[in-house]
Design a binder for this molecule. Structure first.
Ligand code: DC
Length: 222
């Protein structure tokens, strides 16, 4: 059967990675979490005191990122070390947000991501996949949900972790991240012209996957 590239972009906390992982499993494709790649570079920069552009740019070739399959699912490795847990920390996310603004860091990771897609059969999620990494992807999805719905989902996750979040603060954070993602100078988040928009504010997970799997089938039959 024909293999394609599926590019998934969208705002933070709109369920991109769950959709990407589920679709990759259903299709028998490889899943690539590009946010994890920015996070791994950020962790390396934090550990090597190299958060500034002039410190990290000359050393990018020292940073090797790979993915391994574990019993818990896919894990990210930094220079051969499993860093899956560390890269999910809040401060690593904030550092990733900073280093993802550096043009050379983006160019380094985009080249890696393009190499990963050479054989097709890949589902990749991020912010610039359909616009910069694979503008020729056969299927581009742009996921969205209202800020209130995304804030509620994040609020529920925090409650589940035993925290005591303030809803207004969570909503303000969602709006701030949206602003940063869409207004940065380098590869801001935007919808590719030929992307299919899926607003999942009022869709169950199952219904959303049905809609997306239909779009996938349409794309491989095209
Ligand atoms: O999706 P995430 O929260 O794991 O992403 C971490 C950071 O990396 C976030 O600030 C956005 C940035 N990012 C990016 O600039 N381009 C991508 N393709 C993926 C993530």
């Amino acid at each position: 059967m024909k293999k394609i590239i599926v590019a998934i972009d969208g705002y933070s906390s709109c369920g991109k990675s769950t959709v990407a992982k589920t679709l990759a499993r259903q299709a028998g494709y490889t899943y690539v979490d590009t946010g994890a790649m920015y996070r791994a570079v950020a962790l390396w920069a934090m550990e090597n005191n190299a958060m500034e552009p002039e410190k990290i740019i000359p050393r990018l070739q020292e940073i090797h990122i790979s993915f391994i399959q574990t019993e818990e699912g896919q894990h990210t490795c930094l220079n051969g070390r499993d860093v899956e847990r560390e890269i999910r920390r809040l401060e690593v996310g904030n550092a990733a947000s900073q280093i993802s603004q550096i043009k050379e860091v983006r160019a380094y990771l985009v080249a890696l991501q393009q190499a990963m897609g050479r054989e097709k059969g890949i589902v990749m999620d991020g912010r610039d996949i359909g616009t910069v990494v694979f503008p020729e992807a056969e299927l581009k999805l742009f996921l969205t949900a209202s800020p209130e719905v995304r804030a509620q989902r994040r609020f529920d996750e925090l409650i589940e972790k035993g925290e005591t979040p303030d809803f207004a603060a969570v909503l303000a954070d969602v709006n701030e991240r949206d602003y940063r993602d869409t207004h940065r100078a380098e590869s801001p988040l935007r919808q590719a012209e030929d992307a299919k928009v899926v607003d999942n504010s009022h869709l169950t997970r199952e219904k959303q996957m049905e809609v997306i799997y239909d779009l996938f089938k349409e794309a491989i039959d095209r």
